[in-house]
Design a protein around this ligand. Sequence first.
Ligand code: NAD
Ligand code: MG
Length: 412
Amino acid sequence: MPDAHVIADDARRSAAPHEPAGHSRPLQVAILGSTGSIGRSTLEVAAASAGRLRPWLLAACRSTETLVQQAKAVQPAWVVVTDEQAAADEVLHDLPADTRLAVGQEALCELVQAPEIDRVVSAIVGAAGLASTWAALEAAKTVALANKETLVMAGPLVMQLAARTGASILPVDSEHSAIMQALRAGGSHEVRRLLLTASGGPFRTLAAEQFASVTPEQALAHPTWSMGPKITIDSATMMNKALELIEARWLFDIPAEQIDVVVHPQSIVHSMVEFVDGSVMAQLSPPDMKLPIQLALDDPQRFDGPARRLDWTAAMQLSFEPPDLQRFPALALGREAAARGGTAGAVLNAANEVAVEHFLSGGIPFTAIPQLTRAMLDEHPYQADPSLDDILAVDAWARREAAAWIERQVSC
Ligand code: NAD
Ligand code: MG
């Protein structure tokens, strides 16, 4: 069951190809999406790594001012701006003398394959992260994967590509990082089920009739995690857990029926694995992405780092409850897409991205997010065994149809 490319065991630990400890040079890291929430945390991890990790490439869409500040701090070999208009920003003249500038998505896909790069942090948000992650895997890189959308859209193809080239995918998503760690406690045939924990988001206890009037400001106020806007809205609808269920299905090669979701409001237990004998292994730490990022970058080793720690001298309560599928219909959509496979994940992802964007700009109510996604899943021309081109075509189809669906709702 669990994939050899994901689960590091003792054999892999001793055979790890380029370990930072005692190695003559730092591991060189490409940070795709360096200006975002995960990107900034990655830079903090690198800064606290005592020279183990060197940011070699920084890439972002259009936040050029932040990119230049970051480049001044870490002196990367390359900075990539994917948005061509933003690449004309004056501020880019202030890049350090030894940092080169590249522009556009194609340049990013080419540079991410550079032999100088040891690890790639895939932290671009949404479907926009697929191409560069794919390029990194083609070049047999070790990818620290935050961009779950890559696996949601094209899980089987992505895992096959990694197996073919010998690339490794190490999860940054805290739940999948926890599961990767817990799986090391037993053999793959001994796993009964994965238990993905969910905070429940800001509307965990909100009455059903109030969901339609939720505002973007309310949905952006996550109780335990500080993240980019798209994933924060996904957490409020619990679509994030739907995406994570699909991510786990492909990453760990486990049927959707063996993955359950448990609501755990404190976000301390990051997920669990139940083994056949009833034993449950969990990973605990405060909600701080620096820990899973560091683990993915240093795997298979652990080091002291900047992530917050649990204080066991203070009283602490951990609680668990089942998710409410009535108020959070997105969960069933994720389960359905994980079970169906094929093009279902790509459609769910694209429809959700369009819906989130329109919800944030005030164009549709909160409750329309799962409704639109449901409609696109029902209407789409399903293919069971798509190629990457088929996936990209379905992504484009879903974006067009979702926009038309919104247009019809607004004009009603
Ligand atoms: P964010 O919105 O804070 O940052 C997104 C980054 O992607 C920015 O640097 C932006 O410039 C870049 N970007 C966007 N479109 C791009 C494009 N077309 N080309 C190049 N760069 C582009 O997002 P985030 O919260 O850091 O999330 C990033 C990814 O990590 C998402 O897939 C998310 O689901 C995943 N993730 C995030 C967290 C978290 O705590 N933030 C946790 C788990 C997983
Ligand atoms: Mg997560």
